[in-house]
Design a protein around this ligand. Structure first.
Ligand SMILES: CC(C)(COP(=O)(O)OP(=O)(O)OC[C@H]1O[C@@H](n2cnc3c(N)ncnc32)[C@H](O)[C@@H]1OP(=O)(O)O)[C@@H](O)C(=O)NCCC(=O)NCCS
Length: 154
């Protein structure tokens, strides 16, 4: 069942956040710091206390098997761009033992429904290019790439 998280579940959410961090460290060690610092762990409480952010969890038989952080973004108009408002999926993970069982698809279905009910016309997320498994998932559920970051290693 996908629903919004309860505060006592944040430690479990952090176990999943550590899985994402470890993946990022392995894939982009020149950018991500290894380990899971207290600051990184405590960040979940900042998210919890921010009215513009929400934590969604997927619970199966009493176990939190996946989570997402939703961030309501408002970008004011500027000389180049129109005003924009959307729901950003800031962090996203399914526990490795639950992968390929549809848990992430259930999370995205819930997030889409919430976004539509609230009148948003799009959800957005960003990801690291090395993470081709995540890209395969996001494309499987209907996301398309609309912008890219490029680098040249020197
Ligand atoms: C990416 C991730 C969220 C997918 O979660 P999941 O619960 O396994 O995804 P689902 O079971 O809902 O998969 C739905 C479809 O997406 C595609 N898909 C999912 N994982 C895939 C993979 N590793 N390789 C290729 N396609 C994949 C498939 O089409 C799959 O359907 P199928 O299993 O019937 O073939 C999960 O692998 C994960 O948490 N990874 C580590 C953290 C991460 O990368 N987070 C996102 C970036 S921050």
């Amino acid at each position: 069942m996908v629903r919004f998280a309860e505060e006592h579940e944040l430690d479990r959410v952090n176990e999943l956040r550590k899985q994402v961090n470890d993946l990022h460290v392995a894939g982009k060690p020149e950018i991500f710091k290894p380990g899971f610092s207290k600051e990184l762990a405590d960040h979940i409480h900042t998210v919890w206390n921010d009215p513009e952010q929400e934590i969604v969890v997927n619970e199966r038989s009493g176990v939190i098997c996946g989570f997402a952080i939703l961030h309501h973004i408002r970008k004011p108009e500027n000389p180049f761009m129109r005003e924009r408002e959307y729901l950003d999926v800031d962090e996203f993970c399914v526990d490795e033992t639950y992968r390929r069982t549809g848990a992430a698809t259930e999370l995205i279905t819930f997030i889409r429904d919430v976004a539509k009910e609230r009148g948003f016309d799009r959800i957005e997320l960003n990801m690291w290019e090395f993470n081709q498994e995540a890209l395969a998932f996001y494309e499987a559920v209907g996301f398309t790439t609309y912008r890219r970051y490029l680098e040249m290693k020197l």
